[in-house]
Design a binder for this molecule. Sequence first.
Ligand SMILES: O=c1[nH]cnc2c1ncn2[C@H]1C[C@H](O)[C@@H](CO)O1
Ligand SMILES: [Zn+2]
Length: 355
Amino acid sequence: MVAITHADIVNAPKALLHDHLDGGLRPATIVELAAGIGHDLPETDPARLGDWFVAAADSGSLERYLETFAHTVAVMQTEEGLHRVARECALDLAADGVVYAEIRYAPEQHLERGLSLDAVVDAVHSGFRDGCAEAAAQGQRIRIGTLLTAMRHAARSQEIAELAVRYRDTGVVGFDIAGAEAGFPPTRHLDAFEYLQRENFHFTIHAGEAFGLPSIWQAIQWCGADRLGHGVRIVDDITGSSLGRLASYVRDKRIPLELCPSSNVQTGAAPSIAEHPIGLLHDLRFRVTVNTDNRLMSGTSMSREMALLAEAFGWGWSELQWFTINAMKSAFIPYDERLAIINDVIKPAYAKLLT
Ligand SMILES: O=c1[nH]cnc2c1ncn2[C@H]1C[C@H](O)[C@@H](CO)O1
Ligand SMILES: [Zn+2]
């Protein structure tokens, strides 16, 4: 088999379900926006700042990894800053061959300079609209939906869930909780999840990243999560090829795992890409998807994650297509729209690559 290259992967359509808006800024944009508002950065040369983020996030701990977001969130406190970051996010993903993306961020973290929650969401949506239109004009079509995240250590999840539902027809496709996992179980936000279920809305929960099975169990069985953000620690319930009850449930119900290989290596959730549980979870036919989490902090892209996995596990186009279709099947947009992207965009492109 001819090894597939990074450039080939860029040209193949990809779907991305787990990517944080405040974890994907261009370093040059951070430098410019920070200068405009007088925010001090650890480095002011864009290349060195990019390296600083990767090194600082490479800490072996989710808590220390999360500290780096202070510098990205700081420059996303105005409509201009949010619009620019969202527009560039759309352009960067489209240039990387991503055809469908769900991008998440926590509106409550963008109120420091007086914006309202609605103004934050409006600015982000307008940035995505402009970025997607520019990409389409260059022949790179991408569809983007947003997920509104509530921070799990805070107490605004009900308010953010209501915000998400209010914007469900204008760009928000789901809800999420994120932040430090240990000590902040999903059930703290049960009211918000029960509200979302009554509204027939969709949500994913960061679970099974820095904390293990109890977090995954709560996310699914108490809170009713449609998908698991990471969920990688489900392997703690697998011995060889024998599945415990929770792992069986996750596989039987086809609950999507939003796996983020490079991020997991940085936070210590996996020892290396080659030893990442995605190999086992793929072999056992869990509903596995591949994601970037934070492109800036991991110095990565969707194509790079796919290329790292292809190299480490000897995977080719058939596995890459499987991950891509898994992601599209698990997306929060309506079924007919998912099917159209699978049948009209993904399958024809991979059919050519597979011949
Ligand atoms: O992988 C993650 N786990 C938990 N929280 C995360 C992760 N990546 C980013 N976050 C946090 C930091 C961001 O400020 C927030 C909203 O995107 O979500
Ligand atoms: Zn995440």
